[in-house]
Design a protein around this ligand. Structure first.
Ligand code: GLV
Length: 319
């Protein structure tokens, strides 16, 4: 029997799987586990099932000890994990791709609709008790039909967002490290372009690339200025891909029309200027937040950890 440390609350289905084979120490506090507590608890762990709110670095791996075999992240993004530090120590790192694709694309498209149709503004207006009545020019937004969606990062979530956009009558361009499956590109009518072209031709830009040194502030003041003043930016990937201060300035000055954000540069903080702007929709990192998806993520993370502890290949290793 091995010792598995779970760094935060996860659905019971995953805990039951882990408990059937191993001794499980799962943090059950309402708040995230503190760093000191985490460093203490991981001592002697053979597996760590980590949430994206926990930083898994050399210090944490060393605090666990040389018996640690696997770090299983309950997220598709793994910017919280120092993967080279795992590899150097012979520790397998895994994530949860696939199972959260549709839920995250739903939120991306939800934000596209909220931003372009000013739904947040309308909701705030009613809740504030402001007087209103139907009017020809009241809260006019922007239609999606015939417009162009630019997808930055055309992996599974980018493709699922593009599929929704196509159903709404949009044209698709995308920027990605590699060409996508030609059959999918044909189905979506999606054209691969470089980032510069994407920024200038898109009416809506949705970010779906991983976060790392190469994508830190990929969208900053210069890229925002390259966009049309009628363009909307949506980010459901990771906050620091966008320079939040530059975005707030661009939204305030009308450099772009609006934005929808599910992720923030310094989560859970939100740039104070964004809070005062009407043309940005802000939601608190809900991309994968459905009962079904969170359960599937946690169960996949459990399966990854269990496979490594059995000496088998995990279903979804990183890299
Ligand atoms: C959520 O943000 C994830 O990366 O799974």
């Amino acid at each position: 029997m091995s010792r598995v440390v779970v760094t935060g609350r996860v659905p019971d289905a995953a805990l039951e799987k882990l408990r059937a084979e191993h001794e499980v120490d799962a943090w059950a506090g309402p708040e995230s586990i503190g760093r000191e507590e985490l460093l203490r608890r991981v001592a002697g762990a053979d597996a760590i099932v980590s949430l994206l709110t926990e930083r898994v670095d050399g210090e944490l791996l060393d605090a666990a000890g040389p018996q640690l075999k696997v770090v299983s992240n309950v997220a598709v993004g793994y910017d919280n994990i120092n993967v080279p530090a795992c590899t150097e120590r012979g520790i397998v790192a895994t994530n949860t791709p696939g199972v959260l694709t549709e839920a995250t694309a739903d939120i991306a498209f939800g934000l596209i609709l909220m931003a372009t149709r000013r739904l947040g503004e309308g909701e705030r207006l009613i809740r504030a008790g402001q007087a209103w009545k139907w009017g020809m020019f009241f809260l006019l937004g922007s239609s999606l039909q015939g417009k162009t969606l630019g997808v930055v990062g055309m992996g599974g979530i980018g493709q699922a967002t593009a599929r929704r956009a196509k159903a709404f009558g949009m044209d698709i361009v995308y920027q990605s490290r590699s060409e996508i499956d030609p059959a999918i590109a044909a189905e979506l009518g999606a054209r691969r372009v470089d980032l510069d072209e994407l920024l200038t031709v898109s009416d809506v830009i949705s970010l779906h690339c991983p976060y790392g040194p190469a994508t830190h502030h990929l969208i900053g003041a210069e890229q925002l200025s390259a966009m049309k003043s009628s363009t909307y930016l949506v980010n459901t990937a990771r906050g620091p891909i966008v320079d939040e201060a530059a975005l707030a300035a661009a939204l305030r000055e009308g450099v772009i029309a609006g934005a929808g954000l599910d992720v923030f540069e310094h989560e859970p903080k939100v740039h104070p200027e964004l809070l005062d702007l009407e043309n940005v929709t802000l939601v608190p990192h809900l991309g994968s937040a459905t009962v079904e998806t969170r359960t599937a993520m946690a169960v996949l993370a459990a399966d990854n950890a269990l496979a490594v502890l059995r000496g088998e290949q995990p279903p979804t290793p990183i890299g």
